[in-house]
Each structure stands twice: as structure tokens, then as C-alpha cells.
Design a protein around this ligand. Structure first.
Ligand code: ISJ
Length: 283
């Protein structure tokens, strides 16, 4: 078939990349749902949260409409994902089973003990998670304006503390590049007043690393010094600006980053590290 339609093969390859990305995102969502389940169980909260589920589906519909995707399709996909999330939490996964209540909580508690004591059974499956470079086409499909918004929002959250206490003042008017080597992504950021903006201009200094290493840094599972020393993070351009940025990363008041975000980053980084280890074991 592809011989008769030249040009189809690369497009199918890109579609494969997107499909891998979908499955990866589902895996990440289910893991986060499991974490949400544990936090709720610790707080004594049981059962499903219908209002939250409705909000989740509505958000997907709104985003889908903006992107020209059928809102019903997006809501349907989310309904399936929510079903999986509930199963992962030991809650009844068939929708509208409001009676999940206590029974659900009990199952959740049982599952939790099981997952905590089991010797990481999901580990070999992590090989199925595509390495970040396979996700590059998916990320590149995201319009630059959306990438810019996401990055600006993430930086505003993580760096709110240092921005207020002046730790970031050295960045005023300076242009720092961030390059995710395996994803082929590159941004230049500048401190404009009280906000870090992604701008369209050449960087004075650039920090380059793989998606996993940058995530390990952001999730505080590796410190900047080690990563630079092992050349897993590389600085180019204006050495002074780069080093100041590196020192700032080391001094980041981590405790000021919202707890939920810290947990998400930490989990995401662990997941990426495990997936990378699984891939390395395979090759
Ligand atoms: C993940 C959670 O648990 C359940 C699953 C949800 C989901 O998959 O989005 C939403 C609400 C809960 O019914 C949660 O409470 O956030």
C-alpha cells in the first residue's frame, strides 16, 4: 500500500508516534490517579467524585472545541480514562455507580497494600513506554503559542517564590535558552517585570539536556551540580549568566513550590527515570 502512495509511510510513522504518546499519557494519568487514590485514602475520603469527573470531561470538551476536535470524542476518551483511573483506585469503574462508597474504599485499601508490597510488577512493561524522542512529533504538533503558554504557566508556578524574593533579579533583561535535546524543543526565556516570558530572540546562554534529565532536575531527584558535572546538562554561551542560572537552580526554595506540583514533578521524574532504565536494560 505504501509503495503506491509515496509520502504515506512518514505520515504513518508520525501517527505511530502520536499513538504511542496517547498510550504514554494514559499510563501517566493512571499512575497519577493511583496517587490521588492514596492521598484520598490517607485523608479518609472514599468513593468517586462525580462533580470532579464532570469538570474533567467538560474541560476536555472545551479544549477539543478550541482545537477543532469533536467534543464528544474527547469526552468519550476521558470517560474511558476515568474508568481506568477508578479501577486503578479500586473504585467501581462503571459510570454512575454512586454506591461505590465504602465498598470502594475497602477495595482501595486492599489494593494499596498489594501495590505497596508487590515488587514493582509494572516495571518490565515500562519498556513499552516510548522514549521521549518518539514523542517529539506529538509535542511538535502542539502550536508554538500553546507550548509557550504551558511553559510560562509552569515557570510561574515553580518560580513564584524566587520571583518574589528577588532570587531571579539577575535574569532581568537577560535571555536564557532551555533546550530539550531529545525532543528537539528549544525556548528562550526572559524576566519581564514579575514574569518569565518565552520570547522569540537569540539566547545569551543555553542549558541543554534530555527531557528525562531536565525532569529529574525539576523534580529534585538529581541536583544541578551532579547533572552538570556528568555533562548530562550542558551550558553554552555566556558562562557567567549560565553559572548564575545554575546556582539559582541549586538554591531554589523547593519548599515554596506548591505541594501538589512537587509531588507531580517527583512522580513524573521517577516514572521517566524508570522508563529510561527499562529501555537501557532492553538494549
Ligand atoms: C483521580 C481521582 O479519582 C476519581 C477519578 C477521576 C479522574 O479520573 O479524573 C476523578 C474523580 C474521581 O472520581 C480524583 O479524585 O482526582
Amino acid at each position: 500500500m505504501t509503495e503506491r502512495a509515496p509520502g504515506l509511510a512518514p505520515v504513518r510513522l508520525a501517527i505511530d508516534g502520536v499513538d504511542d504518546g496517547l498510550v504514554l499519557l494514559l499510563a501517566a494519568r493512571t499512575r497519577l490517579a493511583r496517587l490521588a487514590g492514596r492521598i484520598k485514602a490517607d485523608a479518609g475520603v472514599t468513593g468517586r467524585d462525580d462533580a470532579r469527573e464532570r469538570r474533567v470531561r467538560r474541560r476536555a470538551e472545551t479544549l477539543a472545541a478550541t482545537l477543532g476536535v469533536a467534543p464528544d470524542t474527547a469526552a468519550g476518551v476521558l470517560a474511558l480514562a476515568i474508568g481506568d483511573a477508578c479501577r486503578a483506585q479500586g473504585l467501581a469503574s462503571d459510570l454512575d455507580q454512586g454506591a461505590a462508597g465504602d465498598a470502594g474504599g475497602m477495595i482501595a485499601a486492599t489494593m494499596q497494600t498489594h501495590t505497596d508490597s508487590a515488587p514493582a510488577p509494572a516495571h518490565p512493561l515500562l519498556r513499552l513506554v516510548p522514549p521521549p524522542r518518539r514523542l517529539a512529533p506529538l509535542l511538535r504538533a502542539l502550536p508554538p503559542s500553546a507550548q509557550k503558554r504551558l511553559l510560562e504557566r509552569a515557570m510561574a508556578k515553580v518560580l513564584a517564590g524566587p520571583m518574589q524574593d528577588g532570587t531571579l533579579d539577575f535574569m532581568a533583561g537577560r535571555r536564557l535558552g532551555i533546550e530539550v535535546s531529545d525532543l528537539g524543543l528549544r525556548w528562550v526565556v526572559e524576566l519581564q517585570g514579575q514574569r518569565l516570558a518565552v520570547i522569540d530572540a537569540p539566547a545569551e546562554a543555553t542549558v541543554r539536556g534530555t527531557a528525562t534529565d531536565l525532569l529529574l532536575l525539576a523534580g529534585r531527584l538529581e541536583d544541578a551540580d551532579t547533572l552538570f558535572f556528568q555533562r548530562r546538562l550542558v551550558l553554552t554561551g555566556d558562562v557567567e549568566l549560565g553559572l548564575t542560572a545554575r546556582n539559582m537552580l541549586d538554591r531554589l526554595p523547593w519548599e515554596k513550590v506548591p505541594l501538589g506540583l512537587r509531588i507531580a514533578l517527583n512522580r513524573g521524574a521517577r516514572f521517566a527515570r524508570e522508563a529510561r532504565a527499562a529501555h537501557r536494560a532492553k538494549t
